[in-house]
Design a protein around this ligand. Structure first.
Ligand SMILES: *Cc1c(COP(=O)(O)O)cnc(C)c1O
Length: 454
């Protein structure tokens, strides 16, 4: 028989790459200290990306060249979305401790599908489940799965809901959902085979909350989907009233709390989430408000048995154990140990730290809104958490101002349609953002608005 040994692979096995490790770590540290370039890369730097578009080489490229090229591209062409002055979408930064834990976990390359593949990942995931439930003061019967983000978390939660309501016939299920639900929630329903005919879209008020008196009649074939944090304005549905109504009828209640559920961990903000613990399932991200690196999302489900049953799969080589087998808690089998950065972040913040983090974000959003009002913006949303929606005179002027703000390179904001207007949407979701950062942005925005008026 042939004992094949590839020269290419042999070289990778034997190469000395200490120097490249040093180089990589230095580049990581350099990147974390970048503070003198545009938040969104400029056109000329972005054109560097065109050079990447080449046929795959037949023979190996030099590894150190590859790392150098990547490091250079990272310096020039990334959006500085983990920086203090990034306010686009709802993105969050990443705490150094979280990134360090992630780097270690990536190095270990553990597969957290089974206990047998990684006892460490299994244990840490189990602890994260306990900690998150404790942090959110949810019933200890909850099951938690760790996935790539709220989009996946929502699919899993709604899958459990469908499974409980009618495991054979999805067409009997009715979904009651706010007209301003997040796009990924509608996508989840589509993936699960729920048609638009099965959905009742409930109108929202001017804040973006479901109008309680427009809810249809609920029953035990119904899934009610609520929001803790409207993606534009940050509004919270009236959980207490709706959950009581829905629970009386035996409906399933899912709460999309991607960034906003953390208000529940903060005494100064938990008036927003009153009654949210009465729901049946929740989706929430670690990579947004909690400031872990991407990607890290969480699904929680009150009925652990139904949740696990809805995901059950068997195979002779999948040796289960009495310990936690991560794959039983998600659709994924092979998966990186996302629990490790979550664990490190929770441990580094403590309950007090999580509460402080979310309260800081909320206070800064309010400050930003008040100062923008002084410059002449209309603040169109009720700033209850970390989202600010602003408007200047008319759609066209607002669009122009946003373009000038983002081109200034000082900060980045995104846009949306809100109450039929083109609006600027600001999300304060980075732990790094200080009042000084906001003041620096305001300075630039004030000048832009002044120039536009003249
Ligand atoms: C971001 C977001 C989602 C989707 O979450 P991912 O983590 O991007 O998958 C869902 N709902 C709301 C309200 C969001 O803000």
């Amino acid at each position: 028989m042939e004992k094949f040994t590839s020269e290419i692979i042999e070289q990778m096995r034997n190469e000395e790459c200490d120097e490249r490790w040093d180089y990589t770590f230095n580049k990581i540290k350099d990147y974390l200290n970048i503070d003198n370039r545009e938040i969104f890369p400029n056109e000329s730097d972005l054109s560097l990306l065109d050079n990447l578009d080449k046929e795959l080489n037949d023979q190996p490229d030099e590894a150190s060249d590859i790392i150098e090229q990547l490091a250079f591209l990272g310096e020039k062409t990334t959006t500085l979305s983990s920086s203090a002055r990034y306010f686009g979408f709802v993105v969050g930064s990443s705490f150094p401790i979280a990134l360090q834990a992630r780097l270690l976990a990536d190095t270990w390359d553990q597969n957290s599908a089974l206990y047998l593949m990684s006892p460490l990942a299994s244990k840490i995931e189990e602890i994260c489940e306990k900690w998150m439930i404790d942090l959110l003061q949810f019933p200890s019967t909850c099951a938690m799965g760790i996935v790539s983000g709220s989009a996946s978390a929502t699919i899993l939660a709604l899958n459990a809901a469908c499974y409980k309501i009618n495991r054979e016939e999805r067409s009997k299920i009715k979904v009651v959902i706010g007209e301003q639900a997040h796009a990924t929630v509608f996508k989840s329903l589509k993936i699960l085979g729920i048609t638009s005919k099965q959905m009742v879209l409930v109108p929202c008020d001017e804040k973006g909350k479901i109008k309680v008196d427009e809810l249809p009649i609920l029953d035990d074939n119904t899934i009610v989907i609520l929001q803790a944090g409207n993606v534009n304005g940050g509004a919270y549905d009236d959980f207490e009233t709706i959950c009581k109504l829905a629970n009386e009828k035996g409906a399933w209640i899912h709460v999309d709390g991607a960034f906003g559920l953390y208000a529940h961990c903060c005494d100064n903000l938990n008036h927003l989430t009153k009654g949210v613990d009465l729901a049946s399932s929740w989706s929430v991200d670690a990579h947004k408000t909690l400031n872990t690196p991407y990607d890290n999302g969480i699904v929680l489900c009150k009925d652990k048995d139904i949740y696990l049953e809805s995901l059950k799969a068997e195979g002779s080589y999948l040796v289960g154990s009495n310990h936690r087998d991560g794959m039983s808690y998600t659709n994924e089998m092979s998966r990186r140990a996302r629990s490790i950065e979550l664990w490190a972040t929770l441990k580094a913040l403590g309950k007090q730290g999580v509460s402080d983090l979310v309260y800081e974000l909320a206070c800064k959003a309010k400050y930003f809104a008040l100062e923008l009002e002084k410059i002449g913006f209309d603040v169109l949303n009720e700033v209850v958490f970390n989202q600010v929606v602003v408007y200047f005179k008319d759609d066209e002027t607002t669009k122009k101002i946003l373009e000038l703000i983002n081109n200034s390179g000082v900060c980045f904001m995104s846009s949306a349609t809100w109450q039929n207007k083109f609006v600027i949407r600001i999300s304060v979701s980075s732990y790094k953002t200080t009042y000084t950062d906001i003041d620096e942005c305001l300075e630039v925005i004030k000048k832009i608005c002044g120039d536009i008026k003249n």
